[in-house]
Design a protein around this ligand. Sequence first.
Ligand SMILES: [Zn+2]
Length: 265
Amino acid sequence: MIRLFDAHAHIQDDRFKASLNEVHERWRKANITNIASCGSCQADWVRLAELAGQMSEIIPSFGLHPWYLKEADSSWRADLIELLEKHPDAGVGEVGLDYAVSTREDQLMHDMFTAQLEIAVKMNRAVSIHCRRAWDVLPELLKSMNRPPRGFMVHSFSGGIGQVDTIVKLGGFISFSGSITRHRNKRGIDACRKVPLDHLLIETDSPDILPSGVEKNNAGRLPNEPENLLFVLNRVAEIRGMPAGELAEATYNNAVRLFHGRDNQ
Ligand SMILES: [Zn+2]
């Protein structure tokens, strides 16, 4: 039986609130058995922890997203460590670097990224990284520090072939989202072919990044949701010229290695 691991989503997002039971039912029917759900700010960590207690598919990660660093209050470090201690399987994320936003503070972004990475290293947790237009900086920062023995993933990968090599050499997993379903995404398609199968992941980033083709099939059902991981699976399988079932199994096993720190036997 096919089973799927959505390596990056935000199930605690307010946009899911009204319909979460239906969304849950649909991902179960689609055999999505695990979802790595990432927090973005202290405000959503609470709801995420609560959902992780209610839905066995959810593996939470707690972190401060580069867009929300200014909202963090001084207790963020203590709060993060406390949550990680309470949730031994939880990861650290979503953390990272975003050079595509118009007003940014590089120093703050670097400091908060490395501080959270240090916590992940110390507690041996998986790290989920957001990187936009910071492809020169991210590898340098990663090289300059200890990296989590469990590994890390770069989510919704937007780099090219060169960046695939760099991230894989540093021990990272590369995850593709609905943006890979856009046929004009030539750079993504080339990169997708290049990722070694044992470093590949798939994700929805739901409720964002609705894959191409979803509107046609599920008229009126927005935003994006984990069920739509099938669109990402099928497109990545097509790009790599391999059976979708085989890809599902490989990406599932990779995500188990990253998030649970063991092989899936
Ligand atoms: Zn995300």
